[in-house]
Design a protein around this ligand. Structure first.
Ligand code: HEM
Length: 524
């Protein structure tokens, strides 16, 4: 009897000890995981690092995306570099970018210290970390910019395009600054409900463009010393040669102005008897909007920076392509004349009947993608992918430029050829740029439907009413082939010259009459 009791007691003790031991082992393993185990896993390949500075001198200062694409033949599709402690991974194929950024959902963003934290732009959802505030702003953007909601804005988008085309009749040489104005007008009007052609719009665009220059500079990795050595922020402002605080204060003041003032206008407009449809008005209608005003203000304040220059750069690439490829311009025009009517400005309703135009729009986004390294994502935890370790805190660039260079269709990637997207022209069509040009996963561009409609209206408006050609002179086409491209996060042709002439005097007069009519109907 006693021996039975002892046996049962012993068995219970042994069982309890085994359970305890299991828990200890599991806990230890959890502590090891993932970090320690990952230490033994190799990082993805990349150029050899130097002590302390890493690959600092390997990182190209111009055409970064193109150089990274060339590295593909040396290191493969997943490249890893380090510069001054910053880890960077470049994904050069659509499959890897889609797998990591969309399916595994690397949705965080790296935030530059000067621009994001010291100036305060980190409150804008384009630069917010992956957090509750980002989710709120993102919901607002989805509400006001989804494929159905953007129909509200087609009138203002058409107005901005007509004003641009009208300006070309009188002043074709000024097409770049006129296009900057037009794309800015459309985004501001959509965001806050300003009339497309108004003095408020002009004033805000002037201020916003100054802010854009600051943002353009601050987005470059390591633009300010404080981005690389964040502790510099603690050096007091009275220390000689320390201008960090002065630069930050100036940027912060300007930013608060350009985000705050138009929002106040939109709020007033919203409470008037006949409010105009706009991004802000849509958000203010949401139940409980008063408690979320801060997020609405910053969601709206994100639009100009993200939407104006990207659209402009895309249309500039199209204008360059039309001067370089007159045969393709003729094909687009023939389709427009045939489907919509000679010299008629197409509307968004015509789009589904214009396959060649749609292929040409895809081709602009592929030929010279305006954000060739997209916007960087960021890893908020350790990971292992394809046998490689992906450390926490790695900046991840999807190399859109490399993705756009595919040869699947058999047509050289350097050629501007909409045919590569048409089933009846090639055996295998090229990878659809809508799958990569607007980014990936939860961070995908929320303005893509609005942008796509704008690009359609510019492309069709330009070709149906004007002829674009190289400027007269022996070196016309050659100088276009050497057109300088803006360097930085955004890449687009700048300061190039083309000849833009109306197809006929009658069409020019019709355009002018239409622009006058719009001004009379309350735009100014
Ligand atoms: C042709 C024009 C455009 C292109 C090529 C473009 C491309 C992109 C890309 C590549 C991203 C980064 C996505 C990612 O991180 O994975 C992005 C983000 C963004 N875009 Fe666009 N975009 C365009 C126009 C617009 C327009 C017109 C708007 C607004 C009206 C807009 C608003 C935004 C915003 C707010 C973000 C940040 C999203 C976030 O971080 O959650 N974009 N865009």
């Amino acid at each position: 009897m006693y021996s039975k009791l002892i046996l049962v007691g012993f068995t219970c003790l042994a069982g309890a000890f085994a359970v305890y031991l299991g828990q200890v082992v599991r806990k230890r393993l959890r502590q090891c995981e993932p970090k320690d185990i990952h230490q033994f896993i190799p990082l993805p390949p990349g150029p050899k690092k130097m002590p302390i500075i890493g690959n600092l001198f390997d990182i190209p200062l111009v055409d970064m995306a193109k150089v990274f694409a060339e590295w593909k033949s040396l290191y493969g599709d997943i490249i890893y570099i380090e510069a001054l402690q910053q880890r960077i991974m470049v994904l050069s194929s659509f499959e890897h970018a889609n797998e990591l950024l969309s399916k595994k959902s690397y949705s965080d963003r790296p935030v530059p210290m000067m621009l994001g934290e010291l100036m305060g732009l980190g409150q804008s959802f384009a630069l917010l970390r992956y957090c509750a505030a980002w989710k709120e702003q993102r919901k607002f953007a989805h509400l006001a910019l989804n494929a159905g909601a953007i129909k509200e804005y087609s009138k203002l988008q058409t107005e901005a395009v007509v004003l641009f085309l009208d300006s070309l009749v009188e002043n074709p040489r000024d097409f770049i600054s006129q296009l900057r104005l037009a794309t800015g007008r459309a985004v501001l009007s959509m965001t806050y409900g300003f009339p497309v052609k108004s003095s408020e719009t002009m004033n805000f665009i002037a201020e916003l463009e100054i802010m854009m220059a600051t943002i353009g500079k601050g987005m470059m990795p390591g633009a300010y010393a404080v981005d690389i050595f964040p502790w510099l922020r603690y050096i007091p402002s009275w220390v000689p040669f320390n201008n960090i605080h002065a630069i930050a204060a100036e940027g912060r003041t300007r930013l608060l102005r350009v985000v705050g003032l138009p929002f106040e206008y939109a709020k007033q407009q919203f409470s008037s008897p006949s409010p105009t449809a706009s991004f802000t008005a849509t958000c203010l209608q949401v139940e409980g909007a008063a408690d979320m005003e801060h997020q609405i203000r910053w969601a709206a304040g994100s639009m100009y920076g993200a939407g104006s220059e990207t659209t402009m750069g895309t249309v500039l690439a199209f204008i360059l392509a039309m001067a370089l490829y007159p045969d393709i311009q003729t094909k687009i025009r023939m389709e427009l004349d045939h489907v919509v009517g000679h010299g008629q400005l197409p509307t968004l309703d015509d789009r589904s009947r214009l396959p060649y135009v749609n292929a040409a729009i895809k081709e602009i986004m592929r030929w010279n993608p305006v954000v060739p390294l997209s916007l960087p994502h960021f890893t908020s935890k350790e990971d292992v992918y394809q046998g490689f370790r992906v450390p926490k805190g790695t900046i991840v660039f999807p190399n859109v430029w490399a993705m756009s260079r595919d040869n699947i269709s058999g047509i050289s990637p350097d050629e501007f050829a909409p045919e590569r997207f048409l089933d009846d022209c090639v055996e295998r069509t090229a990878l659809d740029p809508y799958s990569y040009a607007f980014g990936f996963g939860r961070r995908i561009c929320p303005g893509r439907f609005f942008a796509d409609n704008s690009v359609f209206l510019y492309v069709t408006g330009l070709v149906s009413t004007f002829v674009i050609s190289p400027t007269v002179g022996s070196d016309g086409r050659n100088s276009l082939l050497r057109a300088p491209f803006r360097q930085g996060m955004m890449r687009f042709p700048e300061s190039f010259h083309v000849c833009i002439l109306p197809r006929s005097e009658k069409l020019a007069e019709e355009l002018q009459a239409r622009a006058r009519e719009m001004s009379k109907n309350g735009s100014e």
